[in-house]
Design a protein around this ligand. Structure first.
Ligand SMILES: [Zn+2]
Ligand SMILES: [Zn+2]
Ligand SMILES: [Zn+2]
Length: 794
C-alpha cells in the first residue's frame, strides 16, 4: 500500500447508493465493480434484501459519471426502478480499492427477484463447442441466462439460498464464480458436468435405464412415436413428435385432451417462419430473453400433424430455452417440431418433482427424462399473442414472473386473491404489485394446494405480510374461500371492475374511464351473470352504464360447455317459441332441445347473463361450428378462426361494408342503463344464413356488428359524460379480430383506448385489479375511520 492512497483526498467524499429494481442475479455487482474501477472510485458493493447497496468514495464529477453510467450501461437483464443517495450511516474505513462484499440480510426485503431467462448466445456457443469444458452440458448458464425464480428459496439471491446449494462447485466453477472479470461471476446456478446437476433416462415405471447418451435415447424414442415426460426449468413437459399424427393422437388420448391446442417447439426462428406466418415483431419476441409461447397462424402445407391445433387459427410456437432443448434439436434426426405441453393431468398443476411426476404421469408417458435439480417454484410457459402490433400476455408466467408492475398508487400490504379460472394472485405494497405465476383453474384440491403454497412462497420471498385481502364477489370461488379464512379486512371486488382496473394499473390511469369488458362470466351484484359490460370506473368504484342484452343460460354452468344451449336461448329471445323448430340446431336431439326450450321459457335453472362469451357460443352453434366444447373458449376460438378466412385484413373497409343504416342503431334504455340488443345479431345471423351466405362471411359480419354497436354506444356515452379514456378488457379480447376492430373503431372516434399488454386481459389479470381496488378502499376506509373516529370492529 502506498502512502498516497491512505492519505484522505479532500476532493472525495463518501456516499451510499441504494439501487432498487431487478439488480440481483443479473450480473449487476460485477458491472458496478468494473464501472467503479474504471472511474477510480473506491468502496464496495453488496446485495441486501433491500436492493444493491454501493458505498462509493468519489469526487463529485466521478460520482456524477458513475450514476449516469449505472443507469445507461446496466446489464441487459437489469431493470433499475430507483436510485437513492444518502450519507453512509457509519463512515467506511479508507481504502483505495473497490470490493464486492458478501450479501447482507436486512429486515425489509424490497429486492426484486429476476425471472428465469432463456439460454444466452454465449452459452449456446459453448454448449456446441467440442473444445469447451461445458460441451453438451445440459445445465450450462451464466450471469445473463438460466434459472432464477424457479430455484430461489429466500432472499437475498445467493447460491446457498437456491436449490443449487446441494451441488458444491468444482475448482473451475469456483474460480469463475469468484472472478469479477468472468461472465459467470456470482452466477448462482453456475455448474458443469463435474459438479452440477445431471440428466437421466427412465422407463414408464421410473426404473433408470443406463444409456451412453440420454439425449440420443430421447430422440430415438420420439421418432418411435413414444410419449416423453421431460423435467425442465419450472416443471415437466409432455413431449411427442409434433409432425406425427399417431404420436399426437396418442398423447391426446392419454392426456384426455381431445381438442385444446398443444404448444409446439421448433429449432429456431427460421423454422418457426416455415411453419407459421411471422412478423418481425413476433420473431423478436420468440428470441427475447423471456422466450414465451407465441400464438401464430400456421402456413398452408406446414409439416405439423393436423391434430396439434384442430380447426383453429392459432398454433402456440416457442423456441428452445434450456440447454437440454437445444441438445435435443441438435440431434441430426430430431423432428422439425416437438409438442411441448404442460406435464400435468388435465386440470391439475404442472408436476415439478421426479417422484411426483412418476406417479401422476404414469399411464401418460412411456419414458421419463429426469434431472436432479430441485424445482422450488413451479412456472409454466408464458403465452403471448401479438394483436394490433402489440404483444399481449395471455398467460404470464416463466420469463415474466416475478417481475413487478409499478403503479402510481400507494398501496398498503395487500393480497389480491384472483378468480376461479386461469388463476393468479397478486401481492401489493407501496407502488409495487407482484402478480404471481399462472396457477391454473382453481377447481380441485391439487390446484388449490399449489395456489396456497405459492401464496406462502411469495409472501416469504418478498417478506410481505398483507394487512388486507381482496377477492371476487363470487362466493363459491376457492380463491374467495381462501380470502375469507385469512382473518384480515376483506374487500369483495366485482369481477369486471377488477378487469378494468387491471388495465388502468398497467397504464397508470386514475380514471374516470369508460370500460368495455367483454368476458365469459362474472358475478353481478344483482344476482345475474355479467360479461358484456360498459362501466364507468375509477380505482375504487364503478357504475354500470350498459351491457349486452341478458339472455337465459339454460342449465347454468352446463351451458358454458354446450354452446347449442345458448343458441336455443338466443333463438328464443329472437323468435319466441318458433325457436325449437329452427333448422339451425338440427344436429341436436329433439328431446334435449325440448327440455332446454322449456327451461328457457320458464326461466327454471336458467339465470340471466349478459356474457359476451356466451353470445359468441350462441353464434358459433347457430353457424354449426360447435355444439359442444371440450375447453373454455373453444366455440369462440372457432368463430374467430372461421371469420378470419373471410377477413381482408382491413378494418376500415370491413366496418364500412357492414355499416348499419342510420337510425338502425339498436340500444334500449332499461333500468337507467343501456342495453345492446343481442337478439338483433341473432336475427341477422338467422337471416343471412337462410340466404346461403357463406358462414365465414356471417361470422365476420357478427364481429363487425358487435364492434360497431359497442363503439356507437361508447361514443354516445363519452359525448354526454365527457370521458375520453376508454379501457378494453375481459377474456373475449383474446380474440384478435374483436380487439383489433374495437381498437380501430374507438380510436377512429377520437377516443384514447387502453388495453392489457403486460397484464392479461383474461382472468389471469384480475388479481392486479383487486389489489389496487382493495388496497385503495382499505386506505380510504382507514382514513375515514380515523377522521370520524368510527372504527369498525371485526
Ligand atoms: Zn449464458
Ligand atoms: Zn464445475
Ligand atoms: Zn373475467
Amino acid at each position: 500500500m502506498t502512502n498516497s492512497s491512505t492519505k484522505p483526498d479532500p476532493q472525495k467524499r463518501w456516499v451510499e447508493i441504494l439501487v432498487r429494481g431487478i439488480v440481483q442475479g443479473v450480473g449487476f455487482r460485477p458491472f458496478v465493480f468494473q464501472l467503479a474501477s474504471r472511474l477510480g472510485i473506491s468502496g464496495s458493493v453488496t446485495n441486501t434484501s433491500d436492493g444493491v447497496v454501493i458505498k462509493a468514495h468519489a469526487s463529485d464529477s466521478a460520482l456524477l459519471r458513475f450514476l449516469d453510467d449505472l443507469v445507461n450501461q446496466a446489464p441487459p437483464l437489469a431493470r433499475i426502478v430507483s436510485i437513492e443517495k444518502r450519507e453512509p450511516a457509519d463512515k467506511p474505513v479508507e481504502t483505495d480499492s473497490f470490493q464486492i462484499k458478501a450479501s447482507e440480510t436486512t429486515a425489509t426485503a424490497q429486492a426484486i427477484i429476476p425471472p428465469d431467462v432463456a439460454l444466452c448466445d454465449d452459452c449456446l456457443r459453448e454448449l456446441h463447442d467440442p473444445q469447451d469444458h461445458r460441451h453438451r452440458y445440459p445445465f450450462i448458464n451464466c450471469t445473463n441466462c438460466g434459472p432464477r425464480f424457479s430455484i430461489i428459496e429466500t432472499l437475498p439471491y445467493d447460491r446457498p439460498r437456491t436449490s443449487m446449494k446441494v451441488f458444491p462447485m468444482c475448482r473451475l466453477c469456483t474460480t469463475e464464480y469468484g472472478d469479477p472479470a468472468n461472465r459467470r461471476y456470482h452466477a448462482q446456478p453456475n455448474a458443469c458436468s463435474q459438479c452440477g446437476p445431471r440428466i437421466s433416462w427412465h422407463n414408464a415405471q421410473g426404473k433408470r435405464i443406463e444409456v451412453a447418451d440420454v439425449v440420443r435415447a430421447a430422440i430415438d424414442a420420439i421418432n418411435d412415436d413414444k410419449v416423453l415426460a421431460i423435467r425442465g426449468l419450472g416443471g415437466f413437459h409432455l413431449c411427442v413428435n409434433a409432425c406425427s399424427e399417431a404420436a399426437v393422437a396418442l398423447l391426446r388420448a392419454r392426456k384426455n385432451r381431445p381438442a385444446k391446442p398443444l404448444a409446439v417447439m421448433v429449432r429456431d426462428g427460421d423454422d418457426a417462419a416455415r411453419v407459421c406466418y411471422l412478423t418481425n415483431k413476433e420473431a423478436a419476441i420468440l428470441v427475447s430473453p423471456e422466450h414465451p409461447i407465441i400464438l401464430l397462424h400456421p402456413r398452408p402445407g406446414h409439416p405439423l400433424a393436423e391434430s396439434v391445433a384442430p380447426a383453429l387459427s392459432d398454433i402456440g410456437i416457442m423456441l428452445p430455452y434450456t440447454p437440454l432443448h437445444h441438445l435435443l434439436f441438435s440431434e441430426p434426426d430430431c423432428p422439425t417440431a416437438l409438442v411441448m405441453t404442460s406435464g400435468n393431468v388435465a386440470g391439475e398443476p404442472i408436476c415439478t418433482g421426479n417422484k411426483e411426476a412418476l406417479q401422476r404421469l404414469r399411464g401418460i408417458a412411456d419414458f421419463f427424462l429426469l434431472h436432479d435439480r430441485h424445482i422450488v417454484t413451479r412456472v409454466d410457459d408464458s403465452v403471448v399473442k401479438v394483436i394490433a402490433s402489440q404483444p399481449r400476455l395471455m398467460r404470464r408466467s416463466r420469463g415474466y414472473v416475478p417481475t413487478p408492475v409499478f403503479v402510481p398508487y400507494e398501496l398498503p400490504p395487500i393480497l389480491g386473491c384472483g378468480g376461479g379460472l386461469k388463476s393468479t394472485f397478486s401481492l401489493g405494497r407501496g407502488h409495487t404489485i407482484f402478480p404471481s405465476q399462472h396457477i391454473g383453474d382453481l377447481f380441485n384440491l391439487a390446484s388449490y394446494d399449489f395456489y396456497q403454497e405459492s401464496i406462502d412462497n411469495l409472501k416469504r420471498l418478498f417478506t410481505l405480510d398483507p394487512q388486507a385481502v381482496a377477492c371476487d364477489l363470487h362466493p363459491d370461488y376457492l380463491s374467495t374461500r381462501y380470502a375469507e379464512q385469512c382473518g384480515l379486512p376483506l374487500y369483495r371486488i366485482q369481477h369486471h371492475h377488477a378487469h378494468t382496473v387491471a388495465v388502468m394499473a398497467e397504464h397508470g390511469l386514475r380514471g374516470p374511464v369508460l370500460a368495455v369488458v367483454l368476458d365469459g362470466t362474472g358475478y353481478g351484484p344483482d344476482g345475474t351473470i355479467w360479461g358484456g359490460e360498459l362501466l364507468q370506473a375509477d380505482c375504487v368504484s364503478y357504475r354500470r352504464l350498459g351491457s349486452l342484452q341478458p339472455l337465459h343460460l339454460p342449465g347454468g354452468d352446463a351451458a358454458s360447455s354446450e354452446p347449442w344451449r345458448m343458441a336455443l336461448s338466443a333463438l328464443y329471445a329472437t323468435l319466441g317459441s318458433d325457436a325449437e323448430s329452427s333448422p339451425l340446431v338440427d344436429g341436436i336431439d329433439q328431446e334435449r332441445r325440448r327440455i332446454v326450450m322449456q327451461m328457457v321459457a320458464s326461466g327454471f335453472n336458467s339465470p340471466l347473463t349478459s356474457s359476451c362469451g356466451r353470445l359468441f357460443d350462441a353464434v358459433a352453434a347457430l353457424l354449426g361450428l360447435q355444439f359442444v366444447s371440450s375447453f373454455e373458449g373453444e366455440a369462440a376460438m372457432r368463430l374467430e378462426a372461421c371469420a378470419r378466412t373471410a377477413f381482408s385484413g382491413n378494418w376500415s373497409d370491413e366496418l364500412d361494408t357492414n355499416a348499419e343504416p342510420a337510425g338502425d342503431i339498436r340500444f334500449l334504455e332499461k333500468d337507467r342503463r343501456w342495453e345492446i340488443i343481442s337478439s338483433e345479431f341473432v336475427k341477422r345471423v338467422v337471416h343471412t344464413s337462410k340466404f346461403g351466405t357463406d358462414r365465414s362471411v356471417v361470422a365476420l359480419q357478427f364481429h363487425s356488428w358487435l364492434i360497431s354497436r359497442i363503439s356507437h354506444l361508447v361514443e354516445k356515452i363519452s359525448g354526454t359524460s365527457g370521458i375520453k379514456e376508454i379501457v378494453l378488457s375481459g377474456g373475449c379480447l383474446q380474440n384478435g379480430l374483436l380487439l383489433e376492430g374495437l381498437l380501430f373503431s374507438l380510436s377512429r372516434r377520437g377516443l384514447s383506448v387502453y388495453t392489457g399488454s403486460a397484464i392479461p386481459n383474461n382472468d389471469g389479470g384480475i388479481s392486479v385489479g383487486q389489489a389496487v381496488i382493495g388496497g385503495l378502499q382499505h386506505v380510504s376506509r382507514g382514513t375515514h375511520e380515523s377522521r370520524t373516529g368510527r372504527g369498525q370492529s371485526r
